[in-house]
Design a protein around this ligand. Sequence first.
Ligand SMILES: [Mn+2]
Length: 394
Amino acid sequence: MLQTGKGAEWPADMITGMRPLVFLCDTPGGRPKQERKRERKSRTMRFIHIADVHLGARPDAGPLYSRQRPRELWETFEHVLHICEEEQTDLLLIAGDLFHRQPLVRELKEVDYLFSELTHTKVVLIAGNHDYISANSNYRTFQWNPNVFPLFGEKLQYADFPELRSAVYGMSYHSREIPRPLYDGVRPAGAEQYEILLAHGGDEKHIPFDRRWLEQSGFDYIALGHIHKPQVFRKDQIIYAGALEPVDKNDTGKHGYVKGGITEEGVRAQWVPCACREYIHLEVTVGTEDTTGSIKKQMEKTINKYGNENIYKIVLMGKRNRDVFLDPERMKGEKNILEIIDRTSPAYDFERLYEENEDTILGRYIGRFRGCREGSVEYQALCEGVEALLGSSQ
Ligand SMILES: [Mn+2]
């Protein structure tokens, strides 16, 4: 980082915004590594890696929490910034989709204000497929605080931090989808001793990549974004931080960020859960003695155990008494349940029904499904067909 008083000694094109320049990757990458290695003492370069914050999203968070949910995404983001400040983290890496859609100027101002409060941390970000750089994206013209380094080019570029012996590489989405494997074959330019790549994508329509390419790319750390489930492709090296907070009902499990450090010995990275809520899918087994009331009670107990702050989807399994009507709406009660799916089947005695109705359409129908396995599609068709036939004969 350039010192304020020293800026005038640098060539004019090097002092734009009093920050190290963001370089295109075909820019010659500074001095040889060996030389730099000798001149500075070893110290840990500490970073935090987040992705898919999706500020501006309005996730369905169930009857109790949907209203406050957009604010919670901001709060958890601020929580991470507090950690950066408290721990004097060197780099905050944001691997795309900081915003859920095109950011408004006032949203950028809020975010930039929060960044500007960091007294030590530098922030590097790329735009993902949600907040891609559209023709009139506010990202194009926004003036960031000097500690913020957007890598918004379509081609690979890097931000150089000589004082951290680190260079951070990345490129941004300029359209909603990029079906081309742009990360295959990317290599660090050798600008600094520690080289980091920010990458967003990994599915068919969003820069598909072969993880073996990334493993052999030569980057010390690859901060991945786009897939909301946190996962480690290679320990301490290639990691999806996952969405900071879950933003979709299928973002089940815990969410958080990656905290890491790089020294000459290598990279150490750990995943830190920090989301304030979790989407949980639960299966509840129904028996022939159960009623709407008894299942409701069972569900309440389970939800108390898993945490009332969470957001639930319940799947009812098993066999219900055929004289019992299950009412999902009444089961929800005061709990924060998004959805209840009824996959129970009525408990018929098919053998008895078959024997008693052998000569009717009901008996012949049951006969067609003889030997099918419980839980199979055929079994479901059997149950539904029998229910319909019994219903029409009553
Ligand atoms: Mn994405």
